[in-house]
Design a protein around this ligand. Structure first.
Ligand code: PMP
Length: 401
C-alpha cells in the first residue's frame, strides 16, 4: 500500500502548508483541523453567538444545546457510560491545575503522590507544587530501557501512603504506550485516586475510561483535531464529588449574598465564567467527523507511517532513537550533532518538526540529553511527507558532519 491518507483532503491546511513549502510533522504539538470543524465555527459565529446556560432567548438556547451535545459526545468518545461526567476546561493544563487545587484538601503532610519519570510538565508541575504546599512526598516511577513505566518498581513504590497516582497514557517524547490499567489497579488497591494524562493517547485509537478504571482522564481538544482553548476532564462521580471548587465567578454559583455562597456540583460548578462556547461546539463537530472515520483504517495507516519513520531513522548512521517508540511519533538525537543545529537546517528546508526538551525537562535530563528532535504524525500525513523529511535530514546531516 502506498500510504496515501484518504483523509488528507478533509484538512484544508495540509494543502495550504504545502503551498507554503511546509511539511507538517508536528501533530503531537497541535493537530491541523478538518473542514467540518471550520464549517461549524463559521456557522456558529455567522448565525448568532450566545452565552450558554443563562439566556432564555433562542440563540442562547441553541448555543446551550450544541454545547451540551458536545458534553454527551465527549462522554461517548471515552465510553464513560453512566460512570461519571465531562467537565470542560481551557485545556489539559488547566484540568491538571483544577485537580491539584480541587483535591488539595484531601492531603496531609507525609502523604505520597506518585507520577512517572516521563511526565509532561503539565502533569508534573501541578503535583510538584501541591507537594510543596502540603509537605507531600512526590514519588517518581522509573522507566524501562524501552521507555515504559517499570511495573515491578511501581508495585513496590505504590503503597498505602499513596494518595494519588498521575501518569501519562502515551508519552509525548518516547511514543510509548504505558500500562495504565495495571498501574491504576495497583493504586486502587491502596485506595488512591488515579489521574490519566490522555493528551497524546486520546488521539490514537479509542479508549474506554471504564476499562482503564481511572478516576480522572484528561485531554486537550486541539491535539484531537479540534479547536484550541478547550480541555476535557472526565471524572467518575465519586471522584468528582471530592473536588473542592477552585475558580469562582459566574455560572458556578447556586446562591450568594455579599458574605456567603453555595456552589453547583460538577460539571457546571467547575466551569466558572463564560466557557469557550465556540470551541466546545467545534469539538462536537470534530468528534462527529472522527466518528465517521473508519478507526481501524486510520490506525492501520498511522501504524504504516510510524513503521516507515522508525525504520528510516534506524537505518541512518549515528541516529539514536529515544526509547522504543510504538506509535504516532519518534524522538531522536544524532551522534556529534546538536539537535538545535539539526532543527535549524530542517526548518530551513520547510520541515516542521519539534526540537528541544518537549516540556519534559526532567526526562530529557535523565536521558543525559539537552534536547531531541521529534517527528510526529497525524491521520492526514502521507509517506511523501516522510520522504521529504528524510531527504531534508540527509541533506542536513551532510552539512553538519
Ligand atoms: N500532556 C501531554 C502528554 C502533552 O503532550 C501535552 C501537550 N504537549 C500536555 C499534557 C498539555 O496540553 P496543553 O498544552 O494542551 O494543556
Amino acid at each position: 500500500m502506498p500510504l496515501i491518507s484518504p483523509w488528507r483532503a478533509d484538512f484544508p491546511a495540509l494543502d495550504a502548508l504545502q503551498r507554503q513549502g511546509q511539511t507538517y510533522l508536528d501533530s503531537a504539538a497541535t493537530a491541523q483541523k478538518p473542514q467540518a470543524l471550520i464549517d461549524a465555527l463559521a456557522h456558529y459565529y455567522a448565525n448568532g453567538a450566545a452565552n450558554v446556560h443563562r439566556a432564555q432567548h433562542l440563540p442562547g438556547a441553541m448555543a446551550t444545546q450544541a454545547f451540551e451535545d458536545t458534553r454527551h459526545k465527549a462522554g461517548e468518545w471515552l465510553n464513560t457510560g453512566s460512570s461519571g461526567q465531562i467537565v470542560f476546561t481551557h485545556g489539559a493544563t488547566s484540568a491538571f491545575n483544577l485537580l491539584a487545587y480541587g483535591l488539595e484538601h484531601l492531603f496531609r503532610a507525609g502523604d505520597e503522590v506518585v507520577i512517572s519519570a516521563l511526565e509532561h510538565h503539565a502533569n508534573l508541575l501541578p503535583w510538584q507544587q501541591l507537594a510543596k504546599r502540603r509537605e507531600l512526598k512526590l514519588v517518581v516511577l522509573p522507566l524501562t530501557a524501552e521507555g515504559v513505566i517499570d511495573l515491578d518498581a511501581a508495585a513496590s513504590l505504590i503503597t498505602s501512603r499513596t494518595r494519588l497516582l498521575a501518569v501519562s497514557q502515551l508519552s509525548n517524547v518516547l511514543g510509548t504506550w504505558q500500562p495504565i490499567a495495571q498501574l491504576v489497579a495497583l493504586a486502587r488497591v491502596q485506595g488512591a485516586l488515579t489521574v490519566v494524562d490522555g493528551a497524546q493517547g486520546v488521539v490514537h485509537g479509542r479508549h474506554d475510561v471504564q476499562a482503564l478504571g481511572c478516576d480522572f482522564y484528561v485531554f486537550s481538544s486541539h491535539k484531537l483535531y479540534g479547536p484550541d482553548g478547550v480541555g476535557v476532564l472526565f471524572g467518575r462521580h465519586q471522584a468528582l464529588a471530592q473536588l473542592q471548587h477552585w475558580q469562582f465567578g459566574g455560572e458556578m454559583v447556586l446562591q450568594t449574598d455579599y458574605h456567603q455562597a453555595s456552589f453547583r456540583p460538577a460539571p457546571l460548578g467547575f466551569e466558572a465564567g463564560t466557557p469557550p462556547v465556540a470551541g466546545v461546539i467545534g469539538l462536537g463537530a470534530t468528534l462527529d467527523y472522527l466518528n465517521d472515520v473508519n478507526q481501524a483504517a486510520a490506525a492501520e495507516h498511522e501504524a504504516g507511517l510510524h513503521e516507515l519513520l522508525r525504520a528510516g531513522l534506524m537505518l541512518r548512521e549515528g541516529v539514536q532513537l529515544l526509547g522504543e517508540p510504538q506509535v504516532a511519533l519518534a524522538s531522536f538525537v544524532v551522534e556529534g550533532v546538536h539537535n538545535a543545529d539539526l532543527a535549524h537546517l530542517l526548518t530551513e528546508q520547510g520541515i516542521a518538526v519539534r526540537a528541544g526538551h518537549h516540556c519534559a525537562i526532567p526526562l530529557i535530563s535523565t536521558l543525559g540529553l539537552s534536547g531531541a528532535v521529534r517527528v510526529s504524525l497525524g491521520m492526514y500525513n502521507d509517506a511523501e511527507d516522510l520522504e521529504r523529511f528524510f531527504n531534508a535530514l540527509d541533506q542536513a546531516l551532510e552539512v553538519l558532519r
